[in-house]
Design a protein around this ligand. Structure first.
Ligand code: 7TS
Length: 419
């Protein structure tokens, strides 16, 4: 960490939770969009970055930039220390046993592809891959590809009308044929928090591997991979207040050892001859080519930032935002919430009778309010709720009660205007 970044963190270390102070750490939030103060409610797609993250990358490029793991000169050594230091920060953040269990990827999507394409080589015809009906395409399509290559079968845990896993369905689907359970911790559309810890225990009892898509979980609560006891876990830096272009695959060392490499090239080898190539040790076996070094540094800074915050206070603040949104939603005529699970993060998907989701998005944008509309890369989920898409407001800890009110005041206005 740079001194500048540490100074920025200190601003956020205000207790009790001071959202206005926190907002000062995010320079992008202090701007007008279409003549109105920006209300950024598209955090599920990508979250904003605190100054400490931006400055850590700036510092890296100004003072340390070089390629890593070459041992050639001082800058290279500094870059390597920054890069491996960031890996250690991820290890600590997830409470993984060893830093070699942390593999850098481009993001959640690539992390899941690393596992699915590797397992495709050992899956047998008739083996089953278990996913849920609320998965993002990133946790569906790689498994479909693995199934196609191996003859395995994709099985889907159904949902109830509130957007929770249908009670008892998982247990019914789980069998000795199940080779992997690949499940999202939190739905990006519904906000539903799945009981993954219990599900992992059940899957492990019958000898299945387990992968958790934690892309939408980590921005809202801490996850301890040893407590979860998952074999693999994936997340993206850019949703966790870090830069784009980098993410993480966590894997238990023995599971990663058993998995074949994803890509071939530099870094991932031990010895190359034209007759035969042997693989490097973990984690480098899965890191072919020059990695995203500055982005790793930025993610490390994001984790430092999060660690300095009072996360229980954040959770409370976010739950209060959600409660307010759910209350105000009742006052908009024709508005229906999609995803009303008991346990959920502050994500509000909705439709309004007589209005297309994309029109809602455009009209809100005219008032400086950023949400996402569409299928959210969860088409099977859209089919389940029989909608072409939804409008989705996804909140972060830097959002305020006033912003929730602004959203619903704007929605009231749009509804009056258009319906
Ligand atoms: N898994 C979940 C649960 C997600 O929400 C997303 C992205 C991904 C995987 C893929 O992450 P990536 O960083 O590799 O692209 N979700 C969204 C979203 O809800 N809106 O835009 C991207």
């Amino acid at each position: 960490m740079t001194q500048v970044a540490t100074a920025t963190i200190t601003q956020a270390m205000i207790t009790p939770f001071d959202v206005q102070k926190i907002r000062e750490d995010f320079p992008i939030l202090a701007q007008q969009v279409n003549g109105r103060p920006l209300v950024y409610l598209d955090n599920g797609a990508s979250a904003q970055k605190p100054l400490s993250v931006i400055e850590s990358m700036n510092r890296y490029y100004r003072t340390d930039n070089a390629n890593v793991h070459r041992g050639a000169h001082t800058l290279g050594d500094r870059a390597t220390a920054d890069f491996e230091g960031a890996r250690e920060k991820v290890r600590a953040f997830l409470n993984a046993r060893e830093s070699r269990e942390i593999i850098w990827t481009k993001g959640t999507t690539e992390a899941i592809n690393v596992v699915a394409s590797g397992l495709a080589q050992s899956l047998q015809p008739g083996d089953e891959i278990l996913v849920s009906h609320m998965e993002h395409h990133a946790n569906i399509v790689p498994w479909q590809m693995a199934a196609e290559r191996s003859g395995a079968v994709l099985k889907v845990i159904p949902l109830d009308e509130r957007g929770q896993l249908l009670e008892g369905a998982f247990e019914t689907l789980l069998s000795s044929r199940t080779k992997i359970l690949a499940i999202t911790y939190v739905s990006n559309v519904l906000g539903t928090i799945n009981p993954v810890r219990e599900m992992i225990a059940q899957a492990k009892a019958i000898g299945a591997l387990t992968l958790v898509d934690a892309a939408q979980a980590l921005p809202h609560f801490n996850v301890d991979v040893q407590q979860l006891n998952c074999d693999f876990l994936a997340f993206s830096s850019h949703k966790l207040f870090g830069p784009t272009g980098i993410g993480v695959l966590y894997g238990k060392a023995n599971c990663l050892e058993a998995l074949p490499p994803y890509q071939g090239g530099g870094e991932m080898i031990e010895r190359v001859t034209f007759a035969k190539t042997t693989w490097n040790e973990l984690p480098y076996k899965f890191e072919a080519g020059t990695p995203a070094i500055a982005e790793a540094v930025g993610l490390g800074a994001a984790l430092d930032y999060l660690n300095a915050l009072d996360r229980p206070a954040i959770e409370l603040h976010e739950q209060n935002l959600l409660k307010r949104a759910q209350l105000l939603a009742r006052e908009v005529p024709g508005m229906h919430l999609i995803g009303t699970a008991e346990q959920k993060v502050p994500v509000v998907s909705f439709k309004i009778e007589g209005l297309h989701p994309s029109d809602i998005g455009t009209l809100l944008d005219q008032q400086g309010i950023a949400i996402r509309t569409g299928h959210h890369c969860a088409m099977p989920l859209m089919d389940f709720f029989a909608v072409p898409g939804t409008a989705r407001a996804s909140f972060a800890f830097y959002n305020t009660q006033e912003e929730v009110e602004q959203l619903f005041t704007a929605l009231q206005k749009i509804q009056r205007m258009c319906c």
